[in-house]
Design a binder for this molecule. Structure first.
Ligand code: AMP
Length: 402
């Protein structure tokens, strides 16, 4: 079974073609700068030369046509014809309260997805566009939507509600949704496999620390709380996002700057976090180097990031009533021993102990805690595409009309 995974953004489409029976990736790449100058397709397939095809790509339809044509092309192709694509798994950011699982897309599902666009106006529309175009270009293939929010639909009401008048939930669906669900699910299941224990028995906290960052408390394979909220702006400090702040700041900043609430949100989303604090960079490699060289605000940004995560881990341990495993993933979680050590050193009193030698690892699955640590601590590279492919396979296999 061949499954194509698509992540359609506003100006880019990332893709990966999996051969599921052999657990291999046949081809992967991205079409960048769709509808802008300098658009190009990048393509990589095992045993073939890498391809960069720079030409105008006016829209998502043309981008998807380019991807599909390359997959079957004489020189670079990896399949004989498009009929060999059995299913397409689409990453969809927001499934609202409608979707707790991946779903095979029909007209009814498309309508609900459009409705969810209100909650993710930047992300859902290009996701939906990808689904619609694929239904036209490869109508024989099952189209499956896999949601960033779905894994968190098991969070109980006392954890997902905000203490604002109830009508805002009832009439406008304002509540915590949480994001990065596919990543949290993937790494928590891998942690259980590495711990040689069934995931149903474990209490796990997963720390997805990349440009966007969120933590998730998982009890027996179910998300019971997470740090992001109604939007991905909430929770821990991130690269350019502020994380949790007093909401009264929005009106106050709007007054002093003479700008709208939307403009304040732009500052909180794009110019805050460790970038705003340091005035230097949102990239942790730059910040760690600058801190070593004595840059005080780079040090402050790192200290605040580490503090914010350790504090939220404490809160999630309370939500779980215990902890068996702690997992670090994504760009920073996988690659920064310093950040991991900083966080875990604040949790020593809970019996979380790192092995400094093992913690020097970067980018590979490793148990980094000592043998006498009460909690097993893992570094696990996330693989959202693989998880989406597996979920797509399950959803496509369940289709009654196949
Ligand atoms: P992601 O969003 O998962 O791709 O993560 C991107 C972030 O990972 C970058 O902004 C960097 O801050 C961080 N990162 C990547 N490599 C390293 C590294 N070797 N050390 C520290 N941080 C890193």
């Amino acid at each position: 079974m061949n499954i194509l995974i698509l992540n359609c953004g506003s100006s880019s489409i990332k893709y990966k073609l999996f051969k599921m029976d052999q657990n291999t990736v046949l081809a992967r790449g991205v079409v960048e700068r769709i509808g802008l100058t300098g658009s190009q397709l990048r393509y990589r397939a095992g045993g073939k030369n890498d391809l960069v095809d720079a030409k105008p790509v006016p829209g998502h339809r043309e981008a998807l046509e380019m991807i599909l044509q390359t997959l079957i092309s004489g020189g670079h192709g990896v399949i004989g014809n498009l009929k060999e694509i059995d299913a397409v798994g689409h990453r969809v950011v927001h499934g609202g309260e409608y979707f707790q699982q991946p779903v095979a897309v029909d007209n009814n599902v498309l309508e609900l997805l459009e409705e969810c666009s209100q909650l993710a106006p930047l992300h859902n529309p290009p996701n939906i566009m990808g689904i619609k175009v694929c239904r036209q270009l490869i109508p024989h293939a099952a189209q499956v939507a896999v949601f960033d929010t779905a894994f968190h639909q098991t969070i109980p009401d006392y954890a997902y509600m905000y203490a604002i008048p109830y009508k805002y939930y009832r009439e406008h669906k304002i509540r915590k949704y949480g994001f990065h669900g596919t990543s949290h699910k993937y790494v928590s299941r891998r942690a259980a496999e590495l711990a040689d224990e069934t995931v149903k028995k474990l209490k796990i906290i997963t720390c997805h620390l990349g440009n966007g960052a969120s933590l998730c408390a998982i009890d027996g394979d179910r998300s019971v709380d997470t740090t992001m909220g109604f939007t991905p702006l909430a929770g821990v400090i991130m690269g350019t996002r502020c994380g949790d702040v007093d909401p009264a700041i929005v009106d106050y900043m709007s007054g002093i700057e003479g700008i709208t609430g939307a403009e304040v949100l732009e500052i909180l989303n794009k110019h805050s976090g460790v970038l705003g604090l340091s005035g230097l960079s949102s990239d942790f490699r730059d910040l760690e180097q600058a801190a070593l060289e004595g840059h005080p605000r780079a040090r402050l940004a790192l200290d605040m990031f580490i503090y914010s995560i350790a504090k939220n881990i404490g809160a999630l341990i309370a939500a779980l009533g215990g902890l068996d495993a702690l997992v670090f993933t994504a760009g920073i979680g996988e690659n920064s021993p310093g950040v991991r050590a900083g966080i875990c050193s604040k949790l020593n009193y809970m019996g979380i102990l790192l092995d400094d030698g093992k913690n020097s690892t970067s980018g590979e699955e490793t148990l980094i805690s000592t043998s006498d640590s009460l909690v097993q601590v893992f570094v696990i590279p996330t693989d959202e595409e693989k998880m989406i492919a597996e979920e797509t396979k399950t959803a496509a296999s369940n289709l009654t009309y196949k």
